[in-house]
Design a protein around this ligand. Structure first.
Ligand code: C2O
Ligand code: CU
Ligand code: CU
Length: 467
C-alpha cells in the first residue's frame, strides 16, 4: 500500500533552508482542499472560517538536518504567528523510518538565546541519543545523533528536553511526529496514502500581537485555543471511506477527551507503542500529553457535504472538521488480529514512585547529576505510580515501553487505549497505576518524569541507570 509519508526529497545536512521553504509550501491537506464558501470569522457566533489542515512534509531521518529556529507560521487563513519550530514548520517534518533503518540526524540550535536538545519520545536509543538534558547544546551549536531503529511500527515523536526549558520550547512550537513502519504493519493493509493522516493536537495562547505565547504556570500551562497540526479552526476534506488517524497528545498539560460529533465510535487499533492485539470500538478517548492513538474512522455511507466534528468534550472545543467531499467505493474490514503483544510476566521487584505536589518524585526535586536508582538490564519489574493530588500527571519513562496492569483509586479501572505497549500513562488524583517494565534495549542513564511539562521543568523527574 502506497504511503502518504513516503519521502519525496532527501535532504543533506546543509539543505535545511530548502526544507524550510518546502514546508511553507505544503499547507493544504490535499489538492482538493479549498477555502471557498466560508463565512467570515470573528465576531459572529456560530460560523467559523475553517482552514485546510496543515500536513507536515515527511522526511527520512537519514542524513537529516534538523534545525530549531524561530519562524513566521501561517496558522491558517493568513493568521501569522512567530513560533519556534523544527525545519520551518509547525509541527516539524514527520520523520518516517522503517524498523532496521539507521537514523543519522544533525540537530542545529538556532534559537537565539537558549540551550536545547531533541528527545525522540518513544524511540529505543542509547543515552547519548536520548536527548537527555545533560546533552543540551548552546545556540549556534550542533549535536549529531546516530541510532538504529529498533522500535516496532508506531507513532513516536520528537521534542526538546533541555533542563527547565522543555515546557517553553514545546509550547512555542518545537515538536514533530516520528513514524516507524515494519513488515507486520505492512501486511495488514491499513489505510495509507492520503487516507493516513497525522494529527498533532495541542492548545496554545496568544499575546496581544497575535503571536503564540507561553507563560509557565505551576499547575500546568493550559492555552485558550486548540491547534491541530498547527492549524487554527482546521478542516479536512475526506472521501467517503476509512481513514487512519495517527494522533499525538502534543499539549503541555491539557487532557483532551476526543469524540466525534456524529456519535460514531473510533476504531482504536494502536497507541504509544504501536498496534494493539485487536481493535476496540470506543466513543470517547482521553488523550494526555505525550500519549498517542492510532484510530480508524469510517466516513463510508455519508453523503457528500456531511460534516463531522472531532471534538474535545472536556473543554467543549471543536478540534477538527471533517467534510465529506467525494464519494468513493470501498469495502474495508479491520483485521481481526492486529499484532502480537507478549505479556511481561513474573516481575522480580516492585518500585514505588510517588508524584508529590507539582515538582517532586518520592519527595525529591530533579537533580541532573544524581542517579536516583539503578535497574538491572533485562529484568521484569513492577513500577507503581501514585499521587495524592495536583494531577493530571502523565507519567513517562525513557528507554523502554511498559504494560499497564492496574489502576486503583480515582478512576479505578484501565481503559482500552491503555492496552498493549505504552510509554506514557495518565495518573489522576488519588490513583495508583501499576505497570510492568523491562529494559532490554540498552544500558545507561534514562529518565522517568511527569509529562505535564511544567511539572517536569520544576523537577518532577528522576534519573535512573540501567545496569
Ligand atoms: Cu516526551 Cu522525556 O519526554
Ligand atoms: Cu520520552
Ligand atoms: Cu505532574
Amino acid at each position: 500500500m502506497e504511503s502518504m509519508h513516503r519521502p519525496q526529497t532527501r535532504w543533506s545536512r546543509r539543505d535545511f533552508a530548502r526544507l524550510a521553504l518546502a514546508s511553507a509550501g505544503v499547507l493544504a491537506a490535499g489538492s482538493a482542499a479549498t477555502s471557498t464558501g466560508l463565512a467570515a470569522s470573528g465576531g459572529g457566533k456560530g460560523t467559523v472560517t475553517r482552514n485546510p489542515l496543515y500536513i507536515p512534509p515527511t522526511a527520512p531521518p537519514t542524513n537529516l538536518g534538523l534545525v530549531a529556529k524561530s519562524n513566521s507560521i501561517d496558522l491558517g487563513g493568513g493568521r501569522v504567528s512567530t513560533a519556534w519550530v523544527y525545519n520551518g514548520g509547525l509541527p516539524g517534518p514527520t520523520l518516517l523510518a522503517r524498523k532496521g533503518d539507521t537514523a543519522t540526524i544533525r540537530l542545529t540550535n538556532w534559537l537565539t538565546s537558549e540551550p536545547t536538545i531533541t528527545h525522540w519520545h518513544g524511540m529505543l536509543v542509547t543515552h547519548a541519543n536520548d536527548g537527555h538534558p545533560m546533552e543540551a547544546i548552546s545556540p549556534g551549536s550542533t549535536y549529531d545523533y546516530s541510532f538504529p531503529i529498533l522500535n516496532r511500527a508506531a507513532l513516536n515523536w520528537y521534542h526538546p528536553h533541555p533542563h527547565m526549558l522543555t515546557g517553553e520550547q514545546v509550547a512555542m512550537g518545537l515538536a514533530g511526529a516520528f513514524i516507524v513502519r515494519d513488515s507486520i504493519e505492512d501486511a495488514l493493509g491499513l489505510p495509507g496514502g492520503a487516507y493516513e493522516v497525522p494529527l498533532v493536537i495541542r492548545d496554545t495562547s496568544f499575546d496581544s500581537s497575535g503571536n503564540i505565547a507561553y507563560k509557565a504556570r505551576t499547575g500546568g500551562f493550559e492555552g485558550t485555543t486548540p491547534l491541530v497540526n498547527g492549524t487554527l479552526n482546521p478542516r479536512l476534506d475526506v472521501d467517503s471511506t476509512v481513514y487512519r488517524f495517527r494522533v499525538l497528545g502534543g499539549a503541555n498539560a491539557r487532557i483532551f477527551r476526543l469524540a466525534l460529533s456524529s456519535g460514531a465510535p473510533f476504531n482504536l487499533i494502536g497507541n504509544d507503542g504501536g498496534l494493539l492485539a485487536t481493535s476496540f470500538k470506543v466513543a470517547q478517548i482521553d488523550l494526555a500529553p505525550g500519549e498517542r492513538l492510532d484510530l480508524l474512522v469510517d466516513f463510508g455511507g455519508l453523503p457528500t457535504g456531511t460534516k463531522v466534528m472531532l471534538r474535545d468534550l472536556l473543554a467543549g472545543w471543536d478540534l477538527l472538521e471533517f467534510n465529506v467531499a467525494r464519494q468513493v467505493a470501498t469495502t474495508y474490514t479491520i483485521p481481526a488480529t492486529l499484532s502480537t503483544i507478549t505479556a511481561l510476566t513474573n516481575p522480580v521487584t516492585t518500585r514505588n514512585f510517588s508524584f508529590d505536589g507539582m515538582s517532586k518524585i518520592n519527595g525529591k526535586l530533579y537533580d541532573m547529576n544524581r542517579i536516583d536508582f539503578q535497574v538491572p538490564f533485562g529484568q521484569v519489574e513492577t513500577w507503581r505510580f501514585t499521587t495524592n493530588g495536583n494531577a493530571p500527571h502523565p507519567v513517562h519513562v525513557h528507554g523502554a515501553s511498559f504494560q499497564v496492569i492496574s489502576r486503583t483509586g480515582g478512576r479505578g479501572k484501565l481503559f482500552p487505549w491503555e492496552a498493549g505497549w505504552k510509554d506514557t500513562v495518565l495518573l489522576q488524583d488519588f490513583e495508583t497505576v501499576e505497570v510492568l517494565i523491562r529494559f532490554d534495549a540498552y544500558k545507561g542513564i534514562y529518565l522517568l518524569h511527569c509529562h505535564k511539562l511544567e511539572h517536569e521543568d520544576m523537577g518532577m523527574m528522576a534519573n535512573f541507570e540501567v545496569i
